[in-house]
Design a protein. Structure first.
Length: 280
């Protein structure tokens, strides 16, 4: 109910105004004060009504704005990474299927954090080690991997990221197209390309055999005409070790089948038999 004014307007007030207008005779002090009070009362009532309408309108607008902002995706409170789901492997590789159809193969001693509402926001963080990503296509929801203040973004492709240390990474693309963003800008990598970063910036892109992106994610893989240097780096990256050997030709090309069902030492015997070196 509207709030009533303290003083009700009476017809007598209008009569006094009309008389004052038609016969502007001298008035006594009491009558002047009565007319002034009547003027002030009308002005006050008008101002109060305007303020009430203004405040009601302002409150409604604010309520609508808050409701809109709450529904905005970027206005949602971002959960800290510590609250994300963590996926990890022990001393062997580990395969994980995500709810969007993407598949991750974690090399030994690797870990990834996945955003809780992953289906609507496909964000992950590579915490340690090496992971091969086979990303399901979803044009509306890009797949992003944060690692060492760098970011890899894709729509649907296959690639491996190796977290080298707290600053740099190695990115190898088996299939599709991948964007790498860091302090040096954006670089686009396609099938059969690999890149290392140095001090958080991208080094020149190299062309490689796409098979080395996920050679360790299968039971066995035929590596054809691969350089010995590349093979040794793959082994050291996957097993998290440093191999020892005398002077060797790192550019030597070798072809072999690497069998993941047998031990590292058994596979190295095959490499040594092919090259004549003693790598261990």
């Amino acid at each position: 109910m509207p709030r009533k004014s303290r003083r009700t307007h009476l017809p007598k007030d209008d009569q006094q105004w009309q008389q004052a207008w038609e016969r502007p005779n001298p008035m006594d002090a009491d009558r002047k004060q009565s007319l002034l009070n009547n003027i002030h009362q009308r002005i006050g009532n008008t101002r109060r009504k305007k303020k009430q309408v203004f405040y009601i309108g302002l409150s409604a607008a604010a309520a609508i704005m808050v409701a809109v902002l709450i529904k905005m995706p970027w206005a949602q409170q971002e959960l800290p990474e510590e609250a994300w789901t963590e996926l990890a492997s022990n001393d062997s590789s580990h395969k994980v299927e995500l709810e969007d159809g993407s598949v991750l193969w974690l090399a030994p001693h690797s870990s990834v954090r996945v955003y809780p509402d992953f289906k609507n926001k496909r964000n992950t963080v590579l915490m340690s080690g090496t992971v091969f990503f086979s990303v399901a296509k979803d044009a509306k929801h890009p797949f992003a991997i944060a690692v060492n203040k760098q970011q890899v973004t894709v729509l649907g492709t296959q690639f491996t990221i190796n977290r080298l240390d707290s600053t740099d990474i190695q990115l190898t693309v088996k299939e599709g197209k991948v964007a790498l963003d860091n302090t040096g800008g954006r670089n686009i990598l396609t099938t059969g390309q690999q890149v290392l970063t140095h001090d958080g910036q991208t080094s020149p892109i190299q062309t490689i055999d796409p098979l080395i992106a996920d050679w360790w994610a299968r039971t066995d893989v035929r590596l054809h005409n691969i350089s010995l240097g590349t093979l040794l780096r793959c082994i050291e990256t996957y097993y998290g070790i440093t191999l020892t050997y005398d002077r060797i030709d790192l550019d030597m090309k070798v072809s072999l089948t690497w069998d993941m069902t047998i031990s590292l030492n058994e596979n190295l015997k095959v490499v040594n038999a092919l090259t004549g070196y003693h790598i261990h």
